[in-house]
Design a protein around this ligand. Structure first.
Ligand SMILES: Nc1ncnc2c1ncn2[C@@H]1O[C@H](COP(=O)(O)OP(=O)(O)O)[C@@H](O)[C@H]1O
Ligand SMILES: N[C@@H](CCC(=O)OP(=O)(O)O)C(=O)O
Length: 368
C-alpha cells in the first residue's frame, strides 16, 4: 500500500533535521516540509507529527552541548527548548495555513490502556477540528526508568494508538544500510524488510551525531512495534527538501512491512484485554448473526450486567451464559439497559440523541 493509500500518517522528525551541525535552525527546510504537510492535508490525509528537538533547541538558546548534559539539567533544558520548538512550528506552519496543537506524552500515557485511549480520543478530536497534533515526549517530568528517551519508539506507539496506516521516521540518512553509511561509504540501502532477524538487528547501530539519540537501534525497535500493529514504517531521508514528496515520487527509503493487518491487530488487542468491564447476554438469532460475521444489534440483547462506558471492553455471552465473543461497546451499560430488545430504528427516539445503530460493530468484535 505504501504512502499513497495511507489515511492516517505519523511523521517523526529527528533533532538533526531541525538544527544543523553549526547549531543553525533549518528554517528553509521546515518551510518546505510544511508544504509537504499541506499537500497531504489537501488529499484528506490525517497527519500527526512527532518532533524531537526540545533539548537541541534548549541547548542552542543556552549555548550548551547536549552530550555533556546530566538528566536533571536536560529536563530543564527541554522545558526551555520545547517552547522554542513550538514557536518555530507555529511561525512556519501558519504560513501554509496549517493549524497545529501540542501533545506531550510520557511512557505511562502510552503504556496504560485507559490513558492511551484518552490520547486516541484527543487525536481523533483534533483531526475532526482540522488540527495537526505535534507530539514530543514530556522530557521535563520523565525520568530515566519511565522514559522513552528516543522519539522513534514514542512515534511507533503514537502510530499504534492513533491507528495509523504509515509511520515515517525522517532521519539524516536514506534508510537502513548494510552498515552505518556515515562510516562505511560502500554500505548498501535496504529497501524492504519483512522480517527483523538477528542480521538486521546487528547492522542497526548507534548514531554518531551530537543531536541524534538512538541511531538505527531504536528505529528497529519502533519497526517491531509497527509490524505487530498493522502499520507500515519507513526510515527516510529528511535532509532533502520536500522529503515526503520525494518518498511519494522515488520511494528511495527503507520500508518495514507489517506482519498482520490493521484490523487483525485491533482484534488481537481486543481479545487480549485482561479486564472486560461488563457482559451482555444475547439470544440465538443474534448468536447466528455474529457467526455470520455481522455486528451485534440491540434487538438481540436480553441482559446486561456490570457498569461500563462507551468504548469499554465487554464480554458477549450466549443464552447458556458461555462467552462467545468479546468486543468494544458503542454504548454505556446504562444506555444498553434502555435499548436492549429494541429495533435499531427506535434507539434515537429512546435515547433522545443520534447514535450508532450497532451495540458492537463487527470490526470491534472477536468471536471466541
Ligand atoms: N545500518 C545503519 N544504516 C543507517 N544509519 C545507521 C546505521 N547504523 C547506525 N546508523 C546511524 O544512525 C543515524 C541516524 O539516527 P539518529 O542520529 O539517531 O537520527 P535521528 O535524529 O533521525 O533519530 C545515522 O546518521 C547513522 O549515523
Ligand atoms: N524528546 C527529545 C527527543 C529525543 C530524540 O529522540 O531525539 P532524536 O534522536 O533526534 O529523534 C527532545 O525533544 O529533545
Amino acid at each position: 500500500m505504501y504512502l499513497k493509500d495511507s489515511k492516517i500518517i505519523v511523521i517523526k522528525i529527528g533533532s538533526t533535521l531541525l538544527i544543523d551541525q553549526n547549531k543553525k535552525i533549518r528554517k528553509i527546510w521546515l518551510s518546505e516540509f510544511a508544504k509537504d504537510i499541506r499537500e497531504l492535508i489537501k488529499k484528506d490525509k490525517k497527519i500527526i507529527i512527532v518532533s524531537s528537538g526540545a533539548i537541541a533547541m534548549g541547548c542552542k538558546k543556552l549555548n550548551l552541548n547536549k552530550k555533556n548534559l546530566k538528566i536533571d539539567k536536560s529536563q530543564a533544558v527541554a522545558s526551555i527548548g520545547q517552547i522554542e520548538l513550538m514557536n518555530l512550528f507555529s511561525e512556519i506552519f501558519v504560513k501554509q495555513k496549517i493549524n497545529i496543537s501540542q501533545i506531550l506524552l510520557t511512557l505511562e500515557d502510552t503504556e496504560q490502556r485507559r490513558r492511551s485511549l484518552n490520547a486516541k480520543r484527543t487525536f481523533d478530536n483534533l483531526f475532526q477540528l482540522g488540527f495537526v497534533p505535534i507530539v514530543n515526549e514530556n522530557d521535563t517530568t520523565a525520568t530515566t526508568e519511565i522514559k522513552y528517551g528516543d522519539n522513534d519508539r514514542l512515534a511507533s506507539r503514537v502510530a499504534q494508538i492513533s491507528g495509523a496506516d504509515s509511520l515515517i521516521l525522517l532521519s539524516d540518512v536514506d534508510g537502513l544500510y548494510t552498515q552505518n553509511p556515515k562510516i562505511y561509504k560502500n554500505a548498501k540501502l535496504l529497501k524492504e524488510i519483512k522480517n527483523i532477524d538477528k542480521d538486521i538487528e546487528k547492522i542497526a547501530t548507534k548514531s554518531i551525531s551530537e543531536h541524534g539519540t538512538g541511531g538505527m537501534k531504536t528505529k528497529i525497535d519502533a519497526a517491531k512495534i509497527c509490524q505487530l500493529s498493522g502499520c507500515q514504517m519507513a526510515i527516510a531521508n529528511g535532509l532533502l527538501m520536500r522529503p515526503i514528496k520525494k518518498i511519494l515520487k522515488d520511494n528511495n527509503c527503507t520500508w518495514f512491512l507489517p506482519k498482520i493487518s490493521k484490523l487483525d491487530a485491533r482484534k488481537k488487542w481486543i481479545i487480549s484485554s485482561i479486564s472486560p468491564k461488563g457482559e451482555v447476554v444475547i439470544d440465538d438469532g443474534a448468536k447466528k448473526a455474529l457467526s455470520n460475521g455481522k455486528s451485534l444489534l440491540a434487538a438481540g440483547i436480553t441482559k446486561v450486567s456490570g457498569k461500563f462506558k462507551k468504548g469499554d471492553h465487554i464480554k458477549v455471552l450466549n443464552k447458556k451464559n458461555f462467552e462467545c465473543a468479546r468486543g468494544l461497546s458503542s454504548f454505556s451499560s446504562d444506555e444498553i439497559l434502555r435499548i436492549m430488545g429494541c429495533h435499531s430504528k427506535e434507539i434515537e427516539k429512546i435515547l433522545g440523541y443520534v447514535s450508532k445503530s450497532e451495540v458492537i460493530h463487527k470490526d470491534d468484535m472477536v468471536e471466541i
